[in-house]
Design a protein around this ligand. Structure first.
Ligand code: NAD
Length: 366
């Protein structure tokens, strides 16, 4: 095996209660005028942070929404300039981190991320911006958060209906990292451990967000998923999710949850080592009597991912999250026409069959 491995430089502070280190982390970057960014729903937490920062807080913007529309970027940029911010603090899920990244891209200001979901965006240099219904993405070192504060206590308020799909989004990053074009041994270890942590800790977290061990384990899995997503390229699964999300405005994390088992089944024969790693990682959560059996393949990795999502009470069918049946043909066409690297060849017919199964929520592998 030959490979090139590059690490993205960022500082990670991981501890229950580490939100309290925010002031020290802003000062550590040599900054004294932080702009606090959040969604409307996380206004109280952002204001709590502003209170802690005191004179180091220059202003707030609470209008972050999914996929960073240009209008939101422009509004947030105006606030950034008005308050003469010298740093950005994004407190929330991938939507909030995404807005922080776009402002960092435009201004060059350093970004501190305080993630409260499992999106993993905080560990990547990938940005996204939506204009006239089309999302553009790119990579730029300027958008990588300089510091990430992971405080598992901040996920305590995550309801299972958000935590489950968000966690499966993290699992999807790990699955695709295992068979990425530029996969490598270190990323493989992290990806396998990311799946294992999620499989072990997400179900108890979704049952009881008060479970401190589950909270910490799941957030550790999300960190690893972000690292792997930021380090290697993704494949067919991510291409399908971005196509569906952009064209039909489907929930990002729920789309990942539903498509992942089917994309995994699609690639199963072409990526046997990745499948074995997924199965080993899922073994922790396999119900008694259904442990992975490499010979019989009874507990296949794709079926295992479907079972994991089902155990979280997450949606399993595209038809249940707003996907129109008459959009499947066009989606298959777009995916097949624009897909880049994938272990198994991407054909229009193959993707159409995959989407049909995902639309109805069929369990791959029986
Ligand atoms: P999100 O940030 O939109 O959050 C989902 C919902 O959860 C929101 O309503 C939010 O207010 C709420 N929420 C967040 N934290 C909470 C908490 N602790 N308690 C209660 N509610 C909470 O969704 P997401 O799935 O985290 O992120 C999705 C976005 O991130 C998409 O735009 C996606 O494209 C992007 N993303 C980017 C990358 C990247 O590398 N650039 C990676 C993954 C995802």
């Amino acid at each position: 095996m030959t490979f090139i491995y590059e690490m993205l430089p960022s500082r990670v502070v991981f501890e229950a209660g580490s939100f309290s280190t925010l002031t020290a982390e802003v000062k550590r970057l040599g900054c004294g005028r932080a702009l606090l960014i959040s969604t409307k729903g996380k206004t109280a937490l952002a204001e709590e942070a502003a209170g802690r920062l005191g004179a180091l807080a220059a202003g707030s913007y609470h209008g972050a929404v999914m996929h960073v529309p240009v209008e939101v970027r422009d509004e947030a940029l105006a606030v950034t300039r008005e308050c003469k911010a010298d740093s950005l603090v994004a407190i929330g899920g991938g939507s909030t981190t995404g807005l922080g990244k776009i402002i960092a891209l435009e201004t060059g200001l350093p970004l501190i991320a305080v993630p409260t979901t499992y999106s993993g965006s905080e560990m990547t240099s990938v940005w996204g911006l939506t204009e006239m219904g089309r999302k553009r993405t790119g990579r730029d070192a300027r958008v990588l958060p300089r510091t990430v504060i992971y405080d598992p206590d901040l996920t305590r308020t995550l309801p299972a209906r958000i935590a489950g799909p968000s966690g499966m989004n993290a699992v999807a990053h790990c699955v695709e990292a295992l068979y990425a074009e530029n996969a490598n041994p270190i990323i493989g270890l992290m990806a396998t451990e990311g799946i294992r942590l999620m499989a072990r800790h997400l179900p108890p977290f979704c049952a009881d967000a008060g479970d401190a061990e589950a909270r910490e384990g799941a957030l550790r899995g999300a960190w690893l998923s972000g690292v792997v997503c930021g380090s290697v390229g993704m494949a067919l699964h991510h291409k399908i999710c971005h196509t569906l999300g952009g064209a039909f405005n489907l929930s990002h994390a729920e789309t990942h949850t539903i498509v992942l088992p089917h994309a995994t089944a699609y690639n199963a024969a072409a990526a046997p080592e990745a499948m074995a790693a997924i199965s080993r990682a899922l073994d922790d959560m396999a119900p008694a009597g259904r442990r992975y059996d490499p010979a019989g393949g009874r507990y296949n990795p794709a079926g295992g991912l479907y079972d994991l999502a089902a155990s979280l009470g997450a949606p399993l069918a595209l038809k249940d999250i707003g996907m129109p049946a008459d959009g499947l043909d066009a989606a298959a066409e777009t995916v097949a026409g624009t897909a880049s690297y994938n272990p198994a060849p991407v054909t229009r017919e193959g993707v159409r069959a995959l989407l049909e199964d995902a639309f109805h929520g069929r369990r791959p592998g029986g």
